[in-house]
Design a protein around this ligand. Sequence first.
Ligand code: DGY
Length: 321
Amino acid sequence: MTKRVFVTRRLPEPGIRQLLDAGIEVVVNDEDRPVSRDELLAGVSGADGLISMLTDRIDTDLLDAAPELKVIANYAVGFDNIDVAAARSRGIEVTNTPGVLTEATADMTWALLLGAARNLGAGERMVRAGRWTGWAPTQLVGQPSGGRVLGIVGMGAIGSAVARRARGFGMSVVYFNRNRVAPELEAELGARWLPLEDLIRSADFISLHAPLNSESRHLIDAAALASMKSTAVLVNTGRGALIDEAALVDALRSGEIAAAGLDVYEREPALTPGLVDLDNVVLAPHLGSASTEARSAMVHLCCDNIEAVLAGRDALTPVPG
Ligand code: DGY
């Protein structure tokens, strides 16, 4: 019998051609907006496979409405939008897109790190608003990177790619990860493990790459922000809820930390009141994986995972756990 896959949002090239070529029937929400809950429920009913976005909540109610479902391919490396245990207990495989967006996300991390450290957002706003009156010795003076300490929280593939780039900026790297990485990788990256509290207290730049789960929610809370250096720059390209966003607004407003660069937010696309009024934060609209190469490779990987599972083979990139 022909298999059916529901795709919750229009995908970049090569799109779903690969699935059609494999003889799979594909239903796509071809509008460039997230599906509503009702559309999602209708879409999964009778579907054998699902390509979901990080904006789709895949919970037990949804899984109950999808008795035929065999595989969920999340178009993201993060999968905090999916109740993985509930899916697996129903025999549904869950996959993500690791590896293919590592370099794109590491690049975005550095764009935010440097942009926040050197007041790029504030400078751009000044120029665009016609408020720039010319060069001045004291204008928008920021934090240098050379010789400073970069603290990486979550030393997976993306954290490691961020660390690799630090060498080019003459920075030293410390990291926190629940499990220390292999000594060979520590040596390659020139990275030293520190307890989280020590990293937070001592790093000049702090970049978050931990997965979001019940343990890591609000990892950076008011107390953590208070213990950072007043010159610290905080960067988040992981998941918004790793930071207590209201506490961050207070810390940026009071000068408890110097600056932040954010790609992700606690309640996307809503922002905590006050955040947009601050000049010492650079705000990007969740662009970490948004390079042509990464976004196409993510399509391929989702389709490969769907094809494999529907053909009775193992998924290429099942989520851990
Ligand atoms: C991911 O893959 O988890 C990213 O957040 C998507 O850009």
